[in-house]
Design a protein around this ligand. Structure first.
Ligand SMILES: *[C@@H]1O[C@H](CO)[C@@H](O)[C@H](O)[C@H]1NC(C)=O
Ligand SMILES: *[C@@H]1O[C@H](CO)[C@@H](O)[C@H](O)[C@H]1NC(C)=O
Length: 274
């Protein structure tokens, strides 16, 4: 019984961790202020600085979001540590945004090799879904690997390039039905290739959302079952010990493994600077 209970707890915790990982955080957080007006072109159409956009994109990999700190004089942003070398940081889009973020504070930048030194895998695009409400400037998608570094002059030439946003996902059956019918009507008038690409992306995203919902739903169910098991066991043990029937409030407080859950949350770390 004891070992079964131990297993149950471990399972609950790992499923809980998985459900935390699935959360998408779109909040922006940064202490950095752009002071150079010559880098004004690096702001997106929502007047957000590259530091704000970078915070939002990196935050996707962290349960509590991600704060982009301001750079002290003579410093530049280093890339992720080994612990932080996740897809949100190991890509050229975030490197470009963080470089512009450093430059607009009148600071220097790291080379692409420096930035990605701890990354086992690197991406030349942003590999995660863009959080809803975040607008990523087109210049952030320029190639930096061939030059080895972010090139502000080249980026400025692309200042008005098309921005990237989250792909809107239909949330209910009725809305997906209506979007299907509007797609049918636009297909006849507009370029079909563009629409079918967007369609495929939409479908993929929709599928993923359903899987995610399934996982989270299963997690909650499993967790509830485990909590019930633990509670029942505790109740029986306590009842055996002191003959008295414990009150429900005492027992449920004791039984829920709240302390262990809070230890699952991810460390909120700022990028190291030199
Ligand atoms: C930017 O930094 C340089 C030296 O690093 C300094 O001379 C200049 O005044 C700074 N510009 C602003 C706007 O602070
Ligand atoms: C981008 O648009 C702004 C405002 O319309 C304009 O001032 C600027 O010259 C444009 N930049 C480029 C590189 O086309």
């Amino acid at each position: 019984m004891v070992s079964r209970l131990g297993f149950c707890r471990a399972t609950c915790l790992s499923f809980l961790a998985a459900s935390f990982l699935y959360q998408e955080v779109s909040a922006q957080s940064t202490d950095a202020t752009c002071i150079l007006s010559s880098l004004g072109w690096s702001f997106n159409s929502h007047k957000e600085s590259p530091c704000q956009v970078a915070s939002s994109l990196i935050g996707v990999c962290y349960n509590t979001g991600y704060n982009v700190p301001s750079l002290p004089e003579q410093n530049h942003y280093l890339g992720p540590s080994i612990d932080d070398s996740n897809p949100c940081q190991c890509n050229t889009v975030v490197y470009s945004l963080m470089s512009a973020c450093g430059l607009c504070q009148n600071r220097t930048i790291a080379s692409w090799n420096e930035w990605s030194a701890n990354c086992a895998l690197v991406y030349t695009s942003y590999p995660e879904p863009i959080p809803s409400g975040t607008v990523v400037p087109g210049w952030a998608y320029l190639d930096v690997k061939s030059q080895g570094t972010f090139n502000a002059a080249l980026a400025q030439q692309d200042a008005n390039a098309t921005e990237s946003t989250a792909i809107p996902v239909p949330t209910s059956t009725s809305s997906s039905t209506s979007s299907t019918s509007s797609e049918t009507s636009t297909t006849s008038s507009a370029a079909p290739t563009v629409i079918s690409t967007a369609d495929a992306a939409l479908a993929a995203d929709d599928r993923r959302n359903k899987i995610g919902g399934g996982i989270v739903g299963g997690v909650l169910g499993l967790f509830g079952l485990c909590a019930l098991l633990i509670w029942l066991r505790r109740r029986r043990k306590t009842a055996q010990k002191n003959q008295l029937l414990p009150t429900v409030s005492e027992d449920s407080k004791e039984a829920l493994p709240t302390i262990e859950i809070s230890s699952v949350s991810y460390a909120h770390q700022s990028p190291s600077s030199v």
